[in-house]
Design a protein around this ligand. Structure first.
Ligand code: SAM
Length: 238
């Protein structure tokens, strides 16, 4: 993705967070501009052309704002010819245990043209609705090992055969970069009003083995400019 397109997307996707206050806005700008996850999601083939999204541990709902911004720019005159058309969201459903983050998401996503549902809840006992795409970005390591496996089993049973799970996990074998990433995760949860979370990490091979056990085939996806501690996985039902 060109720097010009990236800058326009970051501006457009973060602007709706301004009314939610300086923290929400600066966080959105920093995360959308600095995290290679978001540009990677616009690469062809990773997400379906159209679909219902279930974003588990959605935080402020940045994913929905990012995809909405991409669709808006794509409809205008400035979308680069060499950039693939962005995925369209037919509905977005986000869940997070932090009421503050969900409050920011509600404010920011109020203008989306697709149906948006945002809930405060604990994904360990949440009844999963139907979705074509389920996302778990930097979330699984907040759950104890048994709860991780239970959630992945429930996701697998809920996804249609052509559905997909996109998740980003920390590679617990990556040493110092992994520890730094986890410190940042803890600080973000703390800054948004949560407590100090206890984190439960695995090496990348163990994450992939667990996903295989519950019925997913996983492919690691490159993220330009990313360190090697966080890995984006594309998981399809087998
Ligand atoms: C590092 S943040 C990632 C937020 C978002 N996925 C993103 O990429 O911007 C992890 C999120 O997971 C949420 N979370 C952790 N454990 C949870 C649980 N048991 N139920 C619901 N949300 C949870 C936290 O509140 C936090 O917002």
């Amino acid at each position: 993705m060109s720097d010009g397109l990236q800058d326009r997307l970051v501006g457009l996707a973060s602007a709706p967070y301004r009314p939610a206050g300086p923290w929400a806005w600066h966080f959105a700008r920093g995360k959308l501009g600095g995290d290679p996850l978001f540009a990677a999601l616009l690469r062809p083939g990773l997400l379906p052309p159209n679909g219902r999204y279930l974003d588990l541990g959605c935080g402020q709902g940045l994913l929905a704002s990012w995809l909405h911004a991409a669709a808006t720019l794509h409809d205008g005159p400035d979308w680069p010819a060499e950039q693939a058309a962005p995925p369209q969201v037919s509905a977005y459903h986000g869940l997070d245990m932090q009421a503050t983050a969900i409050g920011h998401a509600r404010q920011a996503l109020a203008g989306c043209p697709f149906p948006v549902r945002l809930e405060v809840g604990d994904l360990r006992d949440y009844v999963l609705p139907e979705a074509d795409v389920i996302t778990l970005f930097d979330v699984l390591h907040y759950l104890p090992a048994t709860a991780q496996a239970q959630l992945l089993r429930r996701i697998r049973s809920r996804l249609p055969a052509d559905g997909r799970l996109l998740l980003r996990v920390g590679d617990g074998a990556a040493g110092l970069p992994h520890h730094l990433s986890r410190i940042v995760d803890s600080l973000v949860v703390r800054a948004q009003g949560g407590g100090w979370p206890r984190l439960h990490c695995r090496p990348l091979a163990a994450w992939q083995a667990l996903l295989g056990e519950v019925g997913f085939h996983t492919t690691p996806c490159p993220m330009a400019g990313a360190g090697f501690a966080n890995v984006l996985l594309h998981a399809r039902p087998v």
